[in-house]
Design a protein around this ligand. Structure first.
Ligand code: HPA
Length: 235
């Protein structure tokens, strides 16, 4: 395997840290680098999918956008893991609540990720694979969330291929199975990590509710985002 890859222009493995935060939005990655990291170096701008490496409390950490959806995070996480040797991948994103007890801005930690995607068919398994978070990252994230005293939920999330689903009731069938919230990337991230024996976790903030039809505004999301970042950066 050779670097640079088709989608990441870093020409040296050492430009990317072993631990990386993965927001969907590349400008969010820039915001995180600008506001939370020190001694920042940009390692990618291909397709404007910005990636940066810096330090947080003296420890090296990277942050890069993934784009939306499983094909997109699938590509970036595959290259980070298999070409650049990244070992800990932590997605930070937003989700839609599928349960009434999830309030706007609550934190959701994805213990597992169910999916309506065909992404997992590539492994040609003789059954159904259960994409699962790294227990060590999960355990640490729960501890930090508890210590911060924020509202958080841990459980199964849905990684959906559709944001605008033609079947307006489909989410209710996942909700009946206890699935907490819907997003669009975790299952692919967990599968890529599992395939390569590395660690992955997804931390989300509730940005809208399919149950109550409430939505957050961009400014309001900032506070919840800061809590999520506090958790992710402590890992
Ligand atoms: N659906 C899918 N992904 C999301 C949602 C949603 O309602 N909200 C935030 N990410």
């Amino acid at each position: 395997m050779t670097i640079p890859t088709p989608h990441i222009s870093a020409n040296n493995k050492d430009l990317i840290a072993e631990t990386i935060l993965l927001p969907g939005d590349p400008l969010r990655a820039k915001f995180i680098a600008d506001n939370f990291l020190e001694d920042v170096v940009q390692f990618n701008a291909v397709r404007n999918m910005f990636g940066f490496t810096g330090t947080y409390n003296g420890k090296r950490i990277s942050v890069m956008g993934t784009g939306m959806g499983m094909p997109s995070i699938g590509i970036y996480s595959y290259e980070l893991i298999n070409f650049y040797g990244v070992k800990n991948l932590i997605r930070v994103g937003s989700c839609g609540a599928l349960q009434p007890e999830l309030k706007l801005y609550d934190i959701v930690i994805g213990m597992s990720a169910s999916t309506n995607s065909n992404y997992l068919h590539q492994y040609n398994l003789p059954g159904t694979f259960a994409p699962t978070a790294s227990f060590s990252l999960l355990e640490k994230a729960v501890k930090v969330a508890r210590d911060l005293g924020v509202r958080y939920h841990v459980g199964n999330i849905l990684s959906s291929d559709t944001f605008y689903d033609d079947d307006k009731e489909a989410w209710k069938r996942w909700a009946k199975m206890g699935v907490l919230a819907v997003e669009m990337e975790a299952a692919a991230l967990y599968a890529n990590a599992a395939r390569a024996s590395v660690n992955a976790l997804t931390i989300l903030t509730v940005s809208d509710s399919l149950v109550t039809h409430e939505e957050t505004t961009a400014e309001e999301r900032q506070t919840a985002f800061t809590n999520m970042m506090k958790i992710a950066l402590e890992l």
